[in-house]
Design a protein around this ligand. Structure first.
Ligand code: G6P
Length: 487
């Protein structure tokens, strides 16, 4: 951040960092549970600037504020939030359509067929242009630093560059990038690539995604790839393609000291859900999304109870599944399918006073999630494909008692860093069931050894490191550009 002191920082993301809602006693401000906000907000607070976002969560525009601009966070007001209000048609085409029925399944190889409609693509282009115009309107100089977040804004970097050629555009793609054949399915893959190559720096979570991106460009555009320097030169403009594994904000000691003890958390969860006292508790916390492998983990729980019947009555799996994108058919039918499978397992193995699966299909506030993580014996993350996945990092951050076992999908970017987890292929039911069993019987000393190491990884490679590395690269880039301009 020091390299950018004095420079203007503008963030663009689809989601707002704060939601204003009309409650019975006036406007209430809520912070949504989003990995992206957790990751980017510390940067904004450190270098006050402007965050531009779609006013999506603040559904009732009139109720929120007649102004499009508010100072946040509440009470601290470190930076400005500027909302872009989309029409229902724009939201449908840009967000639900192109971003979430097109790019999301395209980039997550999770066997859901991407849908590409001409009208969605038009809305996506239009909305990207609206955000580009907002960035230009907010810019106080010719060369602001603009942080563009995610697959909702693939066209934005080139649109910003067209109007502010001196801007430093840092784009971070929070989801995976697939291989060139898969990406080529998108009828507008060239336009997307050209849009992204307007970035000064384009970040992914892993080297693997960077390589996929460079190969995709190589196959589709007349561009010069310099693999050695990880740069792409396209139409006389250079883009650095680099990996920056995202992380979480490591909790402060004072925050941890204020948490209820692990024993208290466990008792509260047992009482609230009516669980048996002497139990092995496995917990999953996800958005209710087909990429998260929720069905696969239920199948693994069922298999565990089949092959190790001594756990019937004692093994409980609690899945928090926060509803998401629920107006899309694919999400609705996925949710129904998961509910049916959970019911089947409960009918098969349940008995009075015991239900092996508790499916909590509601949003849970961060404190409630933390309580569950502290109460658990096992944290389960079985994504079929995930850019990074922050849930597994939050789970280890919650365990200052150094106990608990993480079962983690090898298809989450996080598996590359969190090697002391029990790494599984979620498509392999038997393997996942065995990992759950191994976790259930792991001696405390081995749990401690693994947890200590996982915690030190996440503590060190926290979100500040993620942001600092990206901003340091941007700072170096700006310095070079200024020196070159003087020569
Ligand atoms: C993923 C995406 C984010 C997105 C989040 C929640 O993590 O990378 O950009 O905000 O999911 O999805 P939603 O559609 O509810 O914003």
């Amino acid at each position: 951040q020091t390299q950018l002191r004095g420079d203007q920082v503008i963030v663009v993301s689809n989601r707002e960092p704060y939601i204003h809602e009309q409650g019975p006693e006036g406007i209430v401000v809520r912070r949504p549970a989003s990995g992206l906000v957790t990751a980017v907000e510390p940067v904004m607070r450190a270098c006050s600037g402007t965050w531009i976002a779609h006013g999506s969560g603040s559904a009732d525009r009139e109720a929120v504020d007649r102004h499009d601009r508010v100072a946040v966070p509440p009470g601290v007001e470190d930076y400005q939030l500027r909302r872009i209000w989309l029409t229902p048609e724009e939201e449908q085409g840009y967000y639900y359509g192109f971003a979430n029925e097109g790019l999301w399944p395209l980039c997550h190889v999770a066997h859901v067929r991407p849908v590409f409609r001409e009208s969605d693509w038009e809305a996506y282009q239009r909305v990207n242009q609206r955000f580009a115009d907002a960035v230009v309107a907010e810019a106080r100089s010719e060369d602001p630093v603009v942080l563009v977040q995610d697959y909702h804004f693939a066209l934005l970097p080139a649109m910003i560059r067209a109007q502010l050629p001196q801007a430093t555009v840092l784009t971070f793609w929070h989801i995976p990038w697939p291989n060139p054949e898969s990406f080529g399915i998108c009828p507008w893959h060239k336009e997307i690539l050209q849009g992204l190559l307007g970035s000064t720096i384009l970040g992914f979570h892993t080297r693997f995604h960077c390589r996929n991106f460079m190969e995709t460009v190589d196959r589709s555009l007349e561009a010069r790839i310099e693999a050695e320097y990880s740069t792409i030169r396209f139409q006389d403009k250079e883009t650095l393609v680099e990996s920056y594994p995202i992380s979480i904000e490591w909790p402060e000691p004072a925050t941890v000291a204020a948490w209820p003890s692990v024993a208290q958390c466990r008792q509260q969860v047992i009482d609230r859900l009516g669980l048996p006292q002497d139990l092995c508790l496995a917990v999953g916390v996800d958005r209710f999304d087909y990429t998260k492998g929720i069905l696969e983990r239920l199948n693994a729980v069922e298999r565990l109870l089949e092959k190790a019947p001594e756990w019937i009555g004692r093994f409980v799996f609690v899945q928090v599944a926060a509803p998401t994108r629920a107006s899309l058919d694919e999400y609705r039918s996925f949710q129904e399918h998961v509910e049916r499978v959970a019911e089947r397992i409960n009918t098969r193995f349940g008995r009075p006073g015991y239900r092996p699966v508790h499916l909590l299909a509601q949003h849970h506030e961060p404190d409630a999630v933390n309580e569950l993580f502290r109460a658990a014996d096992i944290g389960v993350v079985t994504s079929l494909h995930d850019g990074m996945n922050l849930v597994c990092k939050e789970f280890v951050a919650a365990r200052d008692d150094q106990q608990g076992v993480l079962v983690l999908s090898r298809f989450a970017g996080a598996a590359r860093e969190m090697t002391e987890a029990l790494i599984v292929n979620p498509y392999h039911v038997e393997e996942t069931a065995d990992a759950l069993l191994r976790a259930a019987t792991m001696p405390p000393a081995e749990q401690r050894e693994r947890m200590v190491s996982l915690r030190s990884t996440v503590r060190e490679f926290n979100v500040f490191r993620w942001a600092a590395r990206m901003l340091a690269d941007a700072g170096r880039w700006r310095l070079r550009a200024r020196v070159e301009a003087r020569v």
